[in-house]
Design a protein around this ligand. Structure first.
Ligand code: HEC
Ligand code: HEC
Length: 358
């Protein structure tokens, strides 16, 4: 919030920016009671104090108070453990708050496991770089069902308890406004935060990993036509399994095949000889056909078995795929399919070969 001094300093410059709008708006607010009689009123200092509770990394805004680990344990068990687990370890309601940090991390100020691929967990304590954030967040947002209900001393206490669970402070510790800055110096990931990177690090997006908060407008030789594209960066391809298998199988949307690297993707056409999975999904055959389970239509395994003896199986199946039909398997008709003949051919050949799976 601007205090009046800052307001004068900033607005005095008459900048032709969004700031001048903010200045105009704040002037309008200050006089709204006079300009619109009967509508609203000026906020009282007490109301502003109740709202203006942020605690900053330099601890500006931190109210004086103190709380012990022991008291914190009582608060925790009564008001927090039901959702976060007795030791902050639960991921039932939210991801775990505690765990994954080591004594060594407290020395280095960087949580080693954040870069250890064999340790997939990401707890709050692993990521936290400012103890003020933990304090502030608990006071403003927790317990989830009753935010802002804790006393200042209990916020100190329960923060101390979480720090104790993480091995940052001893069991007999009493956290207060006097020693919280020293605690910051022991926080496992205090050096682990940076703003010197792009929104999504990696050169794919911008050519450089430039922080998105330090952009500048192009003034000369600017690209004339912006090229808007959307693609998955290489390093994120495998982050959530194969998206192609997670999309609905009806309708035109198809997820990209993300288990392969982009470079390897064109080779997919070549391995259609094996299982034409992509074709089956692309043409929505899998909306009605399972690999080995009867759905709306017969499974591909059943179809393959039925025509295993037929020499002209591939030709027959190709024409049936395109034309559709009814009565061979039951009374549900298969609508005619509009797909390229070469795709129908590839599927038919695979069925004629026995619909083998990899
Ligand atoms: C009713 C369930 C519930 C209770 C009780 C509860 N929490 Fe939470 N807590 C949550 C949920 C849900 C989130 C995530 C909220 C969000 O991201 O919007 C959360 C988030 C947090 C976070 C932030 C974690 C992060 O990495 O962002 C902290 C710290 C926290 N809770 C501490 C506490 C403390 C301390 C108490 C007790 C005073 C408490 N919680 C009680 C449900 C609960
Ligand atoms: C709307 C549901 C539906 C869709 C979509 C669908 N099928 Fe069918 N399919 C069926 C039904 C039902 C049958 C059984 C028809 C019958 O009894 O004659 C069938 C039968 C078949 C047969 C066996 C034909 C025969 O004569 O034995 C093949 C092969 C086949 N489908 C392949 C495909 C392929 C390949 C696709 C995608 C291009 C596809 N189907 C899309 C419902 C569907």
């Amino acid at each position: 919030m601007f205090n009046s001094l800052e307001h004068r300093r900033l607005c005095g410059r008459r900048l032709l920016t969004a700031l001048s709008l903010a200045c105009a708006a704040s002037v309008a607010l200050a006089t709204s009671a006079e300009r619109f009689p009967g509508i609203g009123r000026t906020a009282t200092p007490a109301e502003i104090r109740a709202w203006d509770i942020d605690v900053r990394p330099d601890f500006a805004g931190l109210p004086p108070g103190a709380g012990s680990v022991a008291r914190g344990q009582q608060v925790w068990e009564a008001q927090c453990a039901s959702c976060h687990g007795v030791f902050g370890e639960s991921n039932e309601v939210f991801s775990p708050l505690v765990g994954g940090t080591t004594r060594q991390d407290m020395l280095t100020g960087r949580v080693a496991r954040l870069t250890d691929p064999s340790f997939p967990g990401r707890t709050t304590m692993m990521k936290l770089s400012q103890v003020s954030t933990l304090w502030d967040y608990i006071r403003r947002a927790m317990p989830w069902t009753q935010p802002k209900s804790l006393s200042v001393d209990d916020v100190y206490a329960v923060t101390a308890y979480l720090l104790n669970l993480s091995g940052v402070v001893e069991e007999d510790f009493v956290l207060s406004q006097h020693n919280i800055a020293q605690v910051q110096q022991r926080l496992p990931n205090r050096h682990g935060m940076t703003t010197a990177h792009a929104m999504w690090p990696g050169p794919e997006f911008s050519g450089t990993a430039k922080p998105d908060v330090q952009g500048s407008s192009c003034m000369r030789n600017c690209p004339v036509e912006p090229k808007v594209t959307s693609y998955l960066p290489e390093h994120a391809r495998d982050a959530h399994g194969n998206l192609a298998e997670q999309n609905r199988l009806v309708g035109p949307q198809r997820g990209a095949v993300t288990t392969r690297t982009a470079a390897a993707a064109p080779a997919a056409a070549a391995d259609r000889g094996a299982v034409p999975t992509e074709l089956l999904q692309q043409h929505a055959c899998t909306a009605c056909h399972g690999m080995d389970r009867t759905q709306v239509g017969p499974s591909f395994q059943e179809i393959a078995q039925r025509y295993a003896h037929r020499r002209d199986a591939a030709d027959y199946l190709r024409s049936k795929i395109i034309a559709g039909g009814v009565g061979v398997w039951g009374q549900i008709p298969m609508p005619a399919q509009s797909l390229p003949e070469s795709d129908a051919q590839a599927i038919a050949e695979w069925l004629a070969r026995g619909a083998t799976r990899p």
